[in-house]
Write a protein that binds this ligand. Sequence first.
Ligand code: TXE
Length: 480
Amino acid sequence: MLHLQNYLNGQLVPPAAGRYLPNLEPATGEVFSYLPDSDAEDVARATAAAEAALPAWRRLPAEDRGRLLVRISELIERDLERLAQAESQDNGKPVSLARTVDIPRAASNFAFFGTAAQHFASETHFQEGVALNYTVRHPLGVVGCISPWNLPLYLFTWKIAPALAAGCTVVAKPSEITPYTAFLLSELCIEVGLPAGVLNIVHGTGPGAGQPIIEHPGIKGISFTGGTKTGEQIARTAAPMFKKLSLELGGKNPNIVFADCDLAETVRTSLRSSFANQGQICLCGSRIFIERSIYEQFKTDFLAGVADLTVADPQLETSRQGALVSEAHLQKVLCYIALAHAEGGTLLAGGQRVMLDGRCTNGYFLQPTVFEGLAPDCRVNREEIFGPVVTLTPFDTEEEVLTWANGTDYGLAATIWTRDLNRAHRVAHQLHSGIVWINTWLHRDLRTPFGGMKNSGVGREGGLEALRFFTEAQSITVKL
Ligand code: TXE
């Protein structure tokens, strides 16, 4: 059976202690490969390789670094089908989603940052007749990139590409739940001829391999995406070491539907923002607030759409809902469904585990689930479920819906549906969300700052924000 390897100092190598962990296919519940169960020794070797590679990599002109990144992007596009199949097998998501979203976006991450580094200019502040001040942005050094399981290659490359473009060298760890495409990426880096040690990929668990990355004194900055609890633990370890931190954490995003919206478009996109990737996207809008005058109409149309979301083997082109990522995660989501009943919610759709036939008999499938009648401040409406579960709530006034929308500890993303442009801007400005979409969802422009307020994180990724994160500003003043 396939044994994934770490990518250290330009080579594929087994973990130092020789231990491996089973890697399961969520659609079947069966082991399909093994991944290195790496530890502090592997992280020390990776960091040493990254430190040795740093001087030459940071000296390389941005164009030359960028050319290698663009070449990686081209190979991801060349291997799109293979990578999409791998992502679907490893994560449980429909292969059609991996083919149209995950893998193309991973390719564009490398293409974007490969060229962005050439457009990254530093500032000059001229004081007439007195002084010339200019800013130099030096690469931060060796950085750690740690990513989650929901959008495996997409989020992994979203961190690695800007770090490399900025002239940093990297020790990266993908989620132990979805390591496969990160391993395939290491093969592509070897094919491209990325210099040894510039990127090192260490596989393993959070405590085993992730924590040593946070603790290693040679690693100067950490870019992390994952659960809020893990983010807390990382901040606790890294803050006393004065490491630069970018934390992209959870969300509990409101989807606000005003009566003057384009209802057909709102329903179509709300189905995606509720259930894409089985609801396992930190940007999913799991709390849908609908203006009372169109509540019943929205509900009828939305539920009709939910009925069409075929839960099936993610390898099938007809599958609209694949498997949840693991048995443990499925059980967590089922607990929230039980809690929604206990908190007085009325089940409108779904609510049950799905047992499929054939090769998927033991897969982790769940019906897309919709509740109504829950108080806006109940636990189901405040805590991140991260699964295919949404709530519908009617509202009467703008003030009321803003209070509810802002009434959680999270502040990642929000969506507003209305044809009234003044209202759209007014509401957007009052939302405590790092990202607001008006009449759209998951629209992506890689130049915009990406990240959350409140417990959804610290710092911003994307565009020049990411290049600023991976560099350290130095101000130089020349007296005239
Ligand atoms: O994430 P973890 P989990 C949310 C979602 C989910 C919950 C927990 O609600 O149910 O988080 O998911 C690594 N030092 N999101 O447990 O553990 C880990 O190995 C260093 C939201 O799967 O945060 C993995 O690579 N690293 C989310 C990464 O952190 C550590 C996406 C994320 O895993 C570590 C995923 C440690 N001490 C889950 N402990 C989003 N915002 O997109 C773990 N890791």
